[in-house]
Design a protein around this ligand. Structure first.
Ligand code: SAM
Length: 386
């Protein structure tokens, strides 16, 4: 992966030579290139800012140096990341998504931000993500670019010595925070290591850690816990990479039915591999239901559209023996309820011949949109967010 940084403070990026990022660069896993935005100016004072149109406090970053820098640095397949407090919130899922890209170009703003036309122009030549580190204002985008870099590159295959540590940490296990961790000595200043961790019973240790993770998440971040349960209390939980194989099995079962209903084998989901499922799990907000340990239903959603206001809903899947039980409708309601606040409308596709699905979507307030493009053999339905 190649990462380029455009900044007026190149020295901010000295930490990229340290620790694991530095080692990963030495191993050839990543390449870091830091560029001084002022080197793309042509005036004597190397100005990168000017007064805002319409008046107001502060200065705005001029478009020309950014345009020249993008001309030089972007290529087909580049993703340009603008760090901005008005961007989509950065989280582990977004980090996993960005880790699949070949080339990231970070545009670090300063002053009151960057002339809006720079973002518009960037969208014409590359994928653009506007990303916020959190709901607070920093002086510049450099710290945010470093944080995004660290979260992304540690997910690259071969970056971490022990890949298992990625699976076990916070935000990985179904969205839970990590359990407390301990090392030697067994007693320190009167504080003991919990006996279960020294028992040597792996099953007990696993259960204790899971309980601690749930308890800690409930106390500190109740928003991360599943917001929905079925009538019988079964939770709808975030899918993890460990669910990929069962999701593939469920998907095959459901899409064979779709193929029969639509009299066509030309349905992409039917032909996906385990690796395809693993890939989309990293990108889509996917939720699953387990009954007696068996994965029986799933749904996924993700932001779409140039302004990220559409929530694309898909893969509503219910095991054949539970179809008709209302589970599909519960999942449809759930995935709408977890859509980010920026979403103003929902969109989904279904087979033109999938009459049962279409009936459920219409009952849930969706309507057919023959005016919008749909893949061959499919129809598109949309609904405004209330
Ligand atoms: N006037 C801007 C506003 O209110 O949205 C804030 C500008 S801030 C002082 C300067 C730069 O810092 C921004 O252009 C952005 O690159 C960066 N920045 C500030 N807060 C950030 C955050 N929460 N996440 C990512 N970047 C941020």
């Amino acid at each position: 992966m190649r990462l380029d940084y455009l900044t007026i403070f190149p020295d901010f990026f000295a930490p990229l030579d340290l620790s694991l990022p530095g080692k990963a660069a030495d191993k050839g896993l990543v390449e870091f290139h830091v560029h001084d935005l002022r080197s793309y100016t042509h005036d004597k004072h190397h100005r990168v800012d000017d007064t805002p149109y319409g008046g107001g406090a502060g200065m705005v970053m001029k478009p020309e140096p950014w345009g020249e820098a993008f001309d030089e640095l972007t290529r087909p397949g580049s993703t340009i990341i603008f760090t901005t407090p008005s961007g989509e919130p950065f989280d582990q899922r977004l980090a996993a998504d960005l880790a699949t890209r070949e080339h990231l170009v970070f545009a670090c703003g300063r002053y009151e931000g960057i002339d809006q036309r720079v973002m518009e122009h960037a969208r014409e030549r590359a994928e653009v993500r506007e990303i916020s580190l959190g709901d607070y204002v920093l002086n510049g985008g450099e710290v945010a670019a470093l944080a995004v870099t660290e979260a992304v590159v540690r997910l690259l295959p071969g970056f971490m010595g022990n890949a298992q540590s990625l699976v076990e940490e916070s935000h990985a296990d179904g969205g839970l925070l990590e359990y407390p961790v301990y090392t030697k000595p067994p007693e320190w200043r009167g504080h003991q290591v919990p006996a279960v961790l020294r028992s040597g019973d792996h099953g007990k240790v696993e259960r204790w850690r899971h309980d601690q993770a749930v308890r800690r998440t409930a106390e500190r971040r109740p928003d991360l816990l599943s917001p929905s349960t079925l009538d019988d209390g079964t939770p709808i939980v975030r899918a993890t990479q460990g669910d990929a194989a069962e999701l593939l099995t469920l998907q095959r079962a459901c899409w064979v039915q779709e193929a029969l209903a639509n009299d066509s084998l030309d349905i992409p989901a039917l032909h996906e591999s385990l690796d395809d499922v693993r890939t989309w799990l990293g990108v889509w907000d996917t939720w699953v239901v387990r009954r007696a340990g068996r994965l029986v239903a799933a749904v996924r959603g993700r932001l779409e559209g140039p302004d990220q206001t559409a929530w694309d809903i898909g893969r509503i899947m219910v095991a054949p023996d539970l179809q008709g039980s209302g589970l599909g409708r519960v999942l449809l309601d759930h995935i709408q309820s977890v859509a980010p606040a920026t979403v103003t409308w929902y969109v989904l596709f279904t087979g033109a011949g999938s009459v049962r699905n279409q009936r459920m979507y219409k009952k849930a307030g969706f309507r057919l949109r023959p005016d919008l493009d749909a893949p061959a053999g499919a129809v598109v339905l949309t609904k405004r967010r209330a």
